[in-house]
Design a protein around this ligand. Sequence first.
Ligand code: ADP
Length: 375
Amino acid sequence: KVYVCSGNNINSCNISQFFKFIPTQVNPEYTPIGSTCSWEPTNEQSSENEKSFETNRSKLTILSQRILGKGEFGIVCEGILFDHGGFFTNDSTGGGGVGGGGRNGNNSVRVAVKQLHNSSKQIDKQRFMLEARFMSTFDSNFLVKLIGVCTLQEPILVIMEYMENGDLKNYLQKKLQQYRLRQDMGSMPSYEDTVRMAIQIADGMYYLHSKKVIHRDLAARNCMVSHDLTVKIGDFGLTRNTYEKDYYRITDQALLPIRWMSPEVVRTMVFTTHSDVWSYGVVLWEIMTYGEQPYVGKTEMEVKHLLSNYVRLKRPIYYNHLTWEIAKKCWDKNPKNRPNFPSIIDTLLSHIGNNGTQFMNMSFYHQMKAQYQPE
Ligand code: ADP
């Protein structure tokens, strides 16, 4: 299920309905995820791209016992992709390749496979492919790579880059639990780790915004953590919605991530880059609290009321000054006064000195800077 707005109503629907049901109030300058995208191929290009993006099911082994998580659209399992001619060929680096374990030695890669079994019959395949293909063209080190899809048989499969440490919320909660059990401070993410995570998420968001894509559901549960603790934005499109209690259920079915939504979105249902920045501030808060639920103990109606009175999240007990100051700026009442992602990255980088060098080379931020630097 995805949640969409139309007029004053918020509804949830399946993907095929969603594609017909393009939100009417979304900023027309931007591409709402799940509806038309700025990348609109001709029919001919579209079928060509679909062919090349369609992955041969026989090259995929799904490790059904190794369930990574469950979402509304089905299970996410670990898998191994063989002979994949694209993105990960011969990748035998940690967390990526599964060298030696597959039919073709190193020419295999560990992947995450989402099986869309429940709702697959209702999916408008052509639009689904178009959307998936659009996402697969994204080239950012801080977005989980969409590798391919298998749509010719049921269940439809979505093949993604494997993120060994799962979602960020779960990861942070586990770290806190480990600390509580063993009193081992070493297992906790350090100050620099948290700043690095914040920078990586900001860079992924900067990239999405540059592609005119508004995320609309940025939250720690939708960020994924790799084997080397790189954080990437994972759920930026096709399906979402794992942590039911994080969503505001207006009817039996409609779900909204109200605890991450800005006051103006709650009021008007118009999502913008500025509302994504608000959600990013909430993600910073989630990082500082090791995955606590925002406004914990409050009902959705109470949260709504707080938001309409511009009451902010409380300062976490363990916080760092830099991250907290940025979070507060992201929650400015006036959306236009909120910082944008490049300026957030600027601020964060200026505080981590040389430790930012590695990030710089991998970032979209760096690419953009290099492009616009005077000779
Ligand atoms: P849905 O969008 O259908 O709700 P999600 O994409 O949220 O499903 O996936 C559910 C869970 O599966 C996530 O919370 C995460 O723990 C796990 N997961 C999803 N994608 C990956 C991935 N690429 N690598 C590792 N684990 C993943």
